[in-house]
Design a protein around this ligand. Structure first.
Ligand SMILES: [Fe+2]
Ligand SMILES: [Fe+2]
Length: 160
């Protein structure tokens, strides 16, 4: 990143990178969780859920892209070693249920992941409001998306 772009960041750059990395790993793991769950599930409502899971899986990957670009801009590296993703993440990874027809569990697990992301992004939006406008805006966009995701899953869950 250019000198001026860096100089306007009033927060500690290493701390910003570390928060972005956490989010990056979370997004990647959510992307994978939703994608592999979409492949795995079976049952009457599985096709409906599959379509939503695949769409949101794509959205989480786009979130990871935004975070990766900001990490690089600040002089950091996104997680280059795949095996480090889990330890870098804040929310961890929830594997799909062993029973592929347990769709209620699937939705509960997605809701857990979304809730964790919402809490973290909300914290980040507060944290960087005055100290890093660009990072702040990324976290704000992501927060908005996750709130929408949760709402969609909440509606599905209430009908199960
Ligand atoms: Fe996301
Ligand atoms: Fe999401």
């Amino acid at each position: 990143m250019g000198r001026t772009g860096k100089s306007i960041v009033k927060a500690d750059i290493n701390e910003v990178i570390s928060d972005l990395m956490k989010a990056y790993a979370d997004e990647w793991l959510a992307h994978y969780q939703y994608w592999v769950t979409a492949q795995w599930i079976r049952g009457i409502d599985a096709d409906t859920l599959r379509a939503i899971l695949l769409k949101q899986s794509e959205d989480e990957l786009k979130h990871a892209e935004k975070l990766a670009q900001r990490i690089i801009q600040l002089g950091g590296e996104p997680v280059l070693d795949f095996s480090k993703l889990l330890q870098t993440s804040g929310c961890g990874y929830i594997a799909p249920p062993t029973d592929p027809t347990d769709l209620k569990r699937v939705v509960e697990d997605v809701l857990k992941s979304e809730a964790c992301a919402i809490k973290f992004y909300n914290e980040m939006v507060k944290k960087y409001r005055e100290t890093d406008y660009v990072t702040h805006e990324i976290f704000e966009d992501l927060l908005e998306d996750e709130v929408e995701d949760e709402e969609e899953w909440d509606k599905i869950y209430s009908k199960m």
